[in-house]
Structures are given as C-alpha cells and as structure tokens.
Design a protein around this ligand. Sequence first.
Ligand code: PEP
Ligand code: MN
Length: 348
Amino acid sequence: MLIVMKHNAAPEQIEVVVRTIREMGYDARPIPGGQRTAVGLIGNDGRVDSARIEGLEGVLEVIPVTQPYKQVSREWREDDTIVRLPNGTTVGGSEVAVMAGPCAVEGESQILDIAHQLREMGATVLRGGAFKPRTSPYSFQGLGLEGLELLARAREATGLAVVTEALDADTATAVAEYADIVQIGARNMQNYPLLRRAGQLGKPVLLKRGMSATIDELLLAAEYVLAEGNDDVILCERGVRGFDTHTRNILDLTAIPVVQALSHLPIIADPSHGTGVRSKVTPMARAAVAAGADGIIVEVHQDPPRAASDGAQSLYPAQFAELMAQIRTIARSIGRELSAPLSEVGIR
Ligand code: PEP
Ligand code: MN
C-alpha cells in the first residue's frame, strides 16, 4: 500500500504516518519525490485496513498496490529507476548501456587485452565471470579471487565498470568489494538467501531471469533485493528454456515491454546466453535494442574457439564493433543513445 502525502505535508505529519504504520505492525518506507512524498507500507501480504491512515493529517490518498511485488512495481514508483555507475554509465532512462566481455576471466593478458579493445569499440562496462556456475563439475569453474583481482586491474587500466557474478552468499562480499555491479545468475534467481545478501552489499545488482522463471517470479526475486534496502537492481532477460534445439534458449524479447509496464526497474537483454549461437547474437542484440532494452550484455572473446567457456556464443571483436555501429543507429531511431564512449567523456 502506498500513502501519498499532500505536497505541502509537514515532516511531522509524515512522521505520524510512519509511526502509525509501525504501530499497526507493518514496515514504513518514506519515498521522497519531486512533487510530494509518499510512504510505502510493506510487510503485508493481503489486505490492510486503511481507514486509520486515511484519516491522518497531510494524507492525500491511499493507493493499494495490487501486484504481489510491491517496491518493484510501477504502482510504487512511477518514474524509471536509473542505476548510476562510478564511471558515469547509467542504466535506465534514455541511455542504452553496453556491457561486454568474455564469459570467464581466464588470465591477465586475456582480460586486459579484451578490455582495451572493448573500450575502444565503445562499451562502458566489462563483463567476466570469476566464479562460474557450470553445468558440469568438471568444467572450468573460474579463477575465483584471482579473477576478481584481474577485473579490478582491467577497470584501473581502462575505466570500464565491472560486472561479475556472485555465486553464493559466502563469496558475495568479496565480489561486491571488486565489482561495480554484482550479477546474480539465472541458476540463482530464486536463491533467496543470496538475493537477501545481494540487497545488503551496497552495490547495484544485475538479476538474470531464471531459465524457466515467469516474469512475475523474476520481479518477486527482485523484490527480495529491494526489501533489503537496495533499489539499484537491473533486470536481465537471458532466454528461457524452449523445445527447439537450434538455439540454446528462447530470448523472450516480449519480456522487455512487459517488465517496463509493470516495473520501474531497468531491463537489459543478454543475446549471448539467449541464443547460444554466435551468428544469432547480433540479430537478437539489434532486436533487443529495438524492443526498448535499457542495455545489452554480450560475450566477446579475442579467440572464441579457445575460450574456457561459452566460446560458441562469443563474438569476435570485429563482430562486436559492427554490432555497436548497428545498435547506435537503432537506439537513435527510437530516441535513445548508447552510453557515451569513455574516450569521449575523458575517462582513461
Ligand atoms: C553468464 O553470464 O556467464 C552466465 C552464466 O549467465 P546465466 O546465469 O544467464 O546463464
Ligand atoms: Mn557465459
């Protein structure tokens, strides 16, 4: 439930609303806005008797939040959430953010070399897994802490922001120390202790859609992060399980406008995991930007056949450069711009 205060409501009146909600056994979260303050009532799963609150001074109206997710919903917040990264990149709003890099960090020269290339081609966020969720326990599991160190070195050298996955609550703190965005992978979308932990880390979270999760389940997973006080969540459509074997997953581009109607959170697309096939990545990246995605996250490797993981879906750098040129035009055609390249805004 959302309690909207009159625009001239006094701080004491807001305080009385907060206190009343707490007396009723719920949690109150003041949400200051440009025009007026609202107070969110959380902790209820069903109906709340609003009469007591409606009668308080300074209250304009009480709006029930009809969705099962509350703070994530557009009913709760009308304006788009814009996630701001330390290097100036914004996710949400009018920019289209481009995150790119290898599936996994494999070594110092690999990550530094690709980071420099990606920066020159206009990406502003570097992706790369240090802790990898692999289907087989015998596959490369990532470099762990060393991988995090290497990502930090790549950020230092290029100015790219870093997004990397936290696989479990134990290593999440270390990941958050190094990352600018903490990724929660598809396999962990409903790992509730990890989601709660992610809400406490003080870093933006990239939450990927589970491979058989509904959109409501994705939004409820995001609610766990917001419920811990972290509003900086970027959702990611990365494909869902289908029955056709020509692609690894079905990239559900409809999820982009659906989520944008239901939630104020930004949503990006991952055409790499969404297709699993290099030749299909560029067309689906173009389509994602055309569909209104707030960004894309793409796997790029200098030598895909030798990549430690996901080589088959990794673009060659030259293909990525072409993709950038194409999506720049597509973004402009719908009134958006790619994030300004770091070289243009003077970030080393
Ligand atoms: C990844 O980003 O490398 C990854 C493992 O993604 P997902 O969780 O979407 O499979
Ligand atoms: Mn991958």
